[in-house]
Design a protein around this ligand. Structure first.
Ligand code: ADP
Length: 275
């Protein structure tokens, strides 16, 4: 609590009263603390890949460049580390735009089940293509056949589902099953994506949407993660008036859920429907 006070003094010098202003600064302090933490996080996150890029370049300069095989190997590391930094900067810019309230949303009424199926088809295509090093997994779908309409930006919505699906694959063993559902619960359309992966410790579940939070930093980095994907997903879902959360028990997989307000009628806002 910050206290400002001033005496009310008459021309005669007589003090006739006092004004006291009480400021609740806990919120202010929390924001400042978060800002400092954020700057420190960004600096650390960028220092690690930059230091590693520098050490590989140093090694090349000190003679490794004579060995073509080593050179290739080192350049690959430099490439993947710079790629990860670019991804991180892009994520940070996206978050910063959203923080400033610049959302560039292109809202449309879309059939949620159909859009979800469309996104999942892309993942099935990836499995079918059986690329080298591609994890094997199976997607099971349980989608309520009732057509429901939600007002979202389809490309941003796709980005959210991609992120959750990619995490489900990333943090799951080879051969895992991913259960995807769309249900209508309490006037909300609820999308859920459940994996059989390593799960999230109870104490961490509510933090996975925090910027830069990872249960296992080393593991996430090694897989190209920035720790920002779910923070962005949360901002996007909330911009649609929805809610996103996770449920998990360590060692028993994780489930990510998104609840969105829906309508049973299409084209609610279209002008031609009034004509
Ligand atoms: P990252 O780029 O690290 O994957 P995210 O914001 O997408 O960043 O996720 C934050 C953290 O949440 C991850 O580092 C991981 O620890 C945890 N996490 C997310 N999805 C899952 C999942 N399906 N299973 C287990 N842990 C997960």
């Amino acid at each position: 609590l910050k206290v400002n006070s001033a005496q009310i003094q008459r021309e005669s010098g007589f003090i006739s009263g006092m004004v006291v202003v009480l400021h609740d600064v806990t919120e202010e302090q929390r924001i400042n603390q978060e800002r400092r933490q954020f700057v420190s996080n960004v600096s650390h996150e960028l220092r690690t890949p930059l230091t590693s890029v520098k050490s590989y370049i140093d090694a090349l300069q000190e003679g490794a460049i004579e060995d073509p095989e080593l050179t290739n190997q080192f350049l690959e590391v430099v490439q993947s580390e710079t790629g990860r930094m670019i991804n991180m900067i892009n994520d940070l810019l996206e978050l910063s735009r959203m923080d400033r309230g610049v959302r560039n949303l292109e809202l449309e009424w879309v059939n949620l089940g159909a859009l979800f199926e469309y996104i999942l088809n892309r993942f099935d295509m990836i499995i079918a293509s059986k690329q080298a090093g591609q994890k094997d997994y199976r997607i099971i779908r349980k989608i309520d056949p009732t057509p429901v309409w939600v007002e979202v930006d389809p490309s941003k919505f796709t980005q959210v589902i991609d992120n959750i699906m990619n995490n489900a694959i990333k943090y799951s063993p080879d051969g895992g099953i991913i259960l995807t559902r769309m249900e209508l619960v309490d006037q909300k359309a609820v999308i859920s994506i459940k994996d059989q992966g390593l799960g999230i410790p109870q104490k961490d579940v509510q933090h996975v949407f925090d910027r830069f939070f990872r249960v296992d930093k080393a593991r996430s980095r090694a897989q190209g993660g920035t720790g920002l994907g779910l923070a962005i997903a949360k901002e996007i879902v909330e911009s649609f008036g929805g809610r996103i959360w996770a449920e998990s028990k360590e060692g028993q997989g994780s489930e990510f859920k998104i609840a969105l307000p829906y309508s049973l009628e299409a084209d609610l806002e279209d002008d031609w429907s009034d004509n």
